[in-house]
Design a protein around this ligand. Sequence first.
Ligand SMILES: Cc1cc2nc3c(=O)[nH]c(=O)nc-3n(C[C@H](O)[C@H](O)[C@H](O)COP(=O)(O)OP(=O)(O)OC[C@H]3O[C@@H](n4cnc5c(N)ncnc54)[C@H](O)[C@@H]3O)c2cc1C
Length: 433
Amino acid sequence: MTATLAIIGAGPKAVAVAAKAAVLRGMGVPAPEVLTVERSAVAANWQPGGGWTDGNHRLGTGPEKDVGFPYRSALVPRRNAELDEQMMRYSWQSYLVGTGQFADWIDRGRPAPPHRTWARYLGWVADQVGMRVLRGEVTGIGIDGDGWALSTDSEDGPGTVLADAIMATGPGQAERSILPGNPRVLSIAQFWHRAAAHERIGAERVAVIGGGETAAAILNELFAHRVSTITVIAPQVTLFTRGEGFFENTLFSDPTHWAGLTLAERRDAIARTDRGVFSARVQDALLADDRIRHLRGRVAHAVARDDQIRLTLHSDRAGESLETVHGFDLVIDGSGADTLWFTELFTQDALDLIELSLGGPMTGERLQESIGYDLSVGQLSPKLFLPNLSGLNQGPGFPNLSCLGLLSDRVLGAELTRPDPLPRRTNEYQPIR
Ligand SMILES: Cc1cc2nc3c(=O)[nH]c(=O)nc-3n(C[C@H](O)[C@H](O)[C@H](O)COP(=O)(O)OP(=O)(O)OC[C@H]3O[C@@H](n4cnc5c(N)ncnc54)[C@H](O)[C@@H]3O)c2cc1C
């Protein structure tokens, strides 16, 4: 019996897993049926409507870090070279060759593609491998016998998807805002909606909350608007630059030695290279623009008063907690990415099972520390794959685009069903592609 792996969200991780499963089946190697549930479209978060970009901003990592990268499969004994060769058919380069853009890209000096082009590449792979995508928003995750039952909502009404294992992807909701409904406070999605519509933003004092890559992309766009000062509010001591040298990059593409590091060493490496750091490209732009300054602290709350948004910030100075209030004409809440977004979807029975396997209440820390080699929550059956929370235990490249080929190996190499699973109903659905 073929196991079903349901993936929430048709982004690069889902495309990478679906592509490798299709290649394995083509080679006559058993692989689970991969069914993706997507509320919008394949690669939606890399297009203007997805809320995370206007589509014109450029990919930070090289596009050669595509769905098969680093092409070092270790899944099928004696046939891994063949597997990698087959996966090369879905590489960034094959996409460019297949769509007549390869020579042009080379002659232009291999530029980082805009997000919308990256989305087209992912859509091309999805088409090539016949990726099965069910259109619907996952609204609940419950237990059904030995497996999962996903409740879905779509234009056709509510539905249920049964699966032996699930994988949650994506950064959560871009619509989150510290002061919803106030026109002087923009969520990430509202900001990008305006940028995509070529609406000029004009304001004296602008605050951008967040010191990560999402906020960095917002800053990159803001430079082109009519604003007098831009204050970046983040808890770090300063706005650190991401280490992008060979040794840092290697940690992302090849986590072989990651498990040998202590927890403290791993946290330190992630802090230097991943969390709350700006890429060197954005830092260069920041340096060149004297409108930018950094304010250290965490935003505790926001109120609207006298045509301004007043933000209360908490920060630690020499061990003492400090509270300060600052006024802005416009606030962009760039802190939206939430790796735990899916946790509110669990029904009580699913939550009970997860907490039993974690040995306590479900927290981000417990989940991260429980992630096993196959990127799933250790000891939990049915399997719950959480690549976005796998950085700490398995390597910093798994939550992002750094080693999608390795990610698909780890997930597809896992045993998805128990030796004697209960007989299950099969899914009936209308795929959108
Ligand atoms: C603007 C931006 C730029 C980035 N650039 C880089 C980069 O250059 N390099 C890099 O390594 N990393 C980058 N990242 C970080 C990270 O790599 C990506 O966010 C990550 O790769 C996303 O891949 P994914 O497959 O997890 O999900 P996503 O591509 O985010 O896809 C998630 C999908 O889930 C869908 N969805 C959400 N909720 C539901 C639901 N309830 N039901 C059904 N579907 C749902 C969404 O519509 C979306 O299509 C970037 C992130 C952002 C936001």
